[in-house]
Design a protein. Structure first.
Length: 169
């Protein structure tokens, strides 16, 4: 019916060291011995890098993340997702998993998924796995479907290599 509580226990003797309340808690487990034992939460995807409309870049850009271009880039761009804004102009090659074009491109586009919106202006070849072209988009160039458009080395088998092989004797 009744249980013993610490309220009625006598105070510790002066010759016995007093234990802090934290010491009575469960011991802290040792740190994992291997880094592989750590369970890390999935990393949050960083937001896209935005190149504003007043920015003019001369040079190549390369990232494993996402880029949104609103300004002018004279050079090649490699990214995971590239969004070309309506005010943007890119002169160079684009290589990305996903490409959404709202602005102007002068150069080759390589992407797994390529989308030209109604405001897009593209002058150059598009090499893709899937493509969508909205009504109103301007496109001048060729379109080629490839299973792996991100690797330029697999563009087409070289007929010269077969001709260079020596004929059997």
């Amino acid at each position: 019916m009744f249980s013993k509580s610490k309220i009625n226990e006598p105070a510790p003797k002066s010759d016995a060291p007093a234990k802090p309340a934290a010491a009575e808690a469960a011991p802290i487990p040792a740190a994992p011995a291997k880094a592989s034992e750590f369970k890390s939460a999935p990393k949050a995807k960083p937001p896209a890098s935005v190149l504003s409309s007043d920015l003019h870049i001369t040079g190549n850009l390369k990232t494993s993340g996402d880029i949104q271009v609103e300004g002018t880039v004279e050079g090649d761009i490699r990214a995971h997702l590239l969004t070309v804004g309506e005010t943007a102009t890119i002169k160079g090659e684009i290589i990305a998993d996903d490409v959404v074009i709202n602005g102007r491109i002068i150069g080759r586009v390589r992407g797994l998924k390529v989308r030209l919106t109604s405001t897009a202006r593209v002058e150059g070849d598009i090499i893709h796995k899937t493509i969508a072209i909205e009504s109103g988009a301007h496109f001048e160039g060729s379109v080629q479907r490839q299973d792996d458009p991100l690797n330029p080395g697999k563009a087409a088998p070289a007929p010269a290599a077969a001709a260079a092989a020596p004929a059997g004797k």
